[in-house]
Design a protein. Structure first.
Length: 225
């Protein structure tokens, strides 16, 4: 089971909140993670991190309101990011969350399992959104909007992924372990095939299409979307 330290910004006095959050995130070593809980959308903080800690962090959401926003951060070596770097990292992050959630359900910890499945749903839905709305349009435009390009298939497969998320949510709510395990296995199969196409073909192709600094700008758009 994955245990990640949590920094609840809501519990820090407003006058020192930003300073303490920045200090904790600056201190993250490569591969070290932290979950930040905020009372509002952390968009302003994310933009600040890109400016003040360039290429030092990866991040992705676990919850997006209305009462709390939870974002997972991980330190990295300060080198230019690529689409492969960022989105493959996010694939592995989501797989870890999903495995944790299933293990909790199998142990009978249904309340915690439902919360972890909800985090996975937020992470995966966000991931599909930034690909559909930011990454794929940028790639299509750069390659001339080819009618037989790969992004249309990827977007169609995102519909299957979203359906898998909904099936898991229903099974977890009903505490139906057999159905949950079937839904989990089905989603893992769909996601594994989808991710393989992206990681082995599409993402490397995108990285080769965009020169620096355009590639760096594209990755930052993904991280801020």
């Amino acid at each position: 089971m994955t245990t990640i330290p949590v920094l609840d910004g809501r519990e820090i006095p407003p006058e020192t909140r930003l300073q303490e959050i920045m200090s904790r995130l600056t201190a993250l070593a490569p591969g070290e993670s932290l979950v930040l809980v905020a009372p509002h959308d952390p968009g302003k903080l994310l933009r600040m991190l890109l400016a003040q800690l360039p290429n030092r962090l990866m991040w992705g959401p676990l919850a997006k309101g209305p009462d709390a926003w939870r974002w997972q951060f991980v330190g990295r070596e300060p080198a230019p990011r690529t689409v492969c770097d960022y989105l493959i990292w996010d694939h592995r992050r989501m797989e870890e969350i999903l495995a944790d959630a299933l293990a909790l359900a199998q142990a009978g910890n249904w309340q915690e399992a439902q919360a972890r499945f909800a985090e996975h749903a937020v992470a995966l839905t966000h991931h599909a959104f930034i690909e559909d709305e930011v990454l794929f349009p940028a790639y299509d435009e750069a390659t001339g909007n080819l009618p037989d390009g790969p992004t249309a298939l990827m977007m169609q497969e995102h519909h299957d992924v979203r359906a898998g998320i909904e099936r898991i949510a229903r099974a977890a709510k009903q505490r139906d372990l057999e159905e949950l395990e079937d839904a989990h296995d089905a989603l893992v199969d769909v996601a594994a095939e989808h991710h393989a196409k992206e990681e082995e073909i599409l993402f490397p192709g995108i990285d080769e299409t965009f020169p620096q600094p355009q590639l760096a700008e594209l990755v930052e758009k993904l991280m801020l979307a």
